[in-house]
Design a binder for this molecule. Structure first.
Ligand SMILES: Cc1cc2nc3c(=O)[nH]c(=O)nc-3n(C[C@H](O)[C@H](O)[C@H](O)COP(=O)(O)O)c2cc1C
Length: 155
């Protein structure tokens, strides 16, 4: 086996195909969205999910303070939304959304919208692990997921 280093770590992890989510919060009526593929399901009872954010992320403190968090699992038609929310200081321009009961922006036409309560933020390595409990969800079963593999969106 090869000794681990950053290059091998990144190359090996890029072989793991993931879906794409946009994590959203409402910070005093200022909407923040961030493209995240570190999302995973965690527990059925209670219904928990997780994702992680880089400690260097510009809006990290807003996410660690947020009581409610939205998780939008993107469809194949939403590659442009994934690219948009991977840029800094996005202002939501033409992004279409609706508000959940807890006033979190939920991106229209996503494959799945999860309205969550933030349960824990755990600093781990160079990231913060977020654990969230799902409160409500919307699902569009007929659309295909957006898939990310080896730093590319699958066609
Ligand atoms: C496909 C993809 C997946 C990403 N996943 C994560 C992630 O899981 N966690 C994270 O902190 N940033 C992730 N990013 C980076 C963020 O979307 C964003 O670019 C980064 O946080 C820089 O902006 P910021 O400093 O304003 O946070 C991902 C970017 C892309 C394109």
């Amino acid at each position: 086996m090869k000794k681990i280093n950053n290059i091998y770590f990144k190359k090996a992890m890029a072989k793991f195909a993931t879906g794409i989510t946009v994590i959203t919060i409402n910070d005093k009526n200022n909407f923040i969205g961030k493209t995240v593929n570190s999302f995973s399901s965690l527990s059925l009872n209670p219904p928990l999910v997780l994702f992680s954010l880089d400690k260097k992320s510009s809006s990290l403190s807003k996410f660690t303070k947020a009581k409610s968090i939205g998780i939008n699992i993107l469809s194949k038609q939403q590659k442009n939304i994934s690219i948009y929310f991977s840029k800094k200081n996005n202002n939501w321009g033409d992004i279409k959304y609706y508000l959940s009961k807890n006033h979190i922006p939920m991106i229209d036409n996503s494959l799945v919208n999860l309205s969550c309560k933030r349960i824990k933020s755990i600093p781990t390595g160079d990231h913060i692990l977020f654990i969230c409990e799902i409160v409500e969800l919307d699902m569009h079963s007929k659309v295909q997921p957006l898939i990310y593999l080896e730093s590319n969106y699958l066609k």
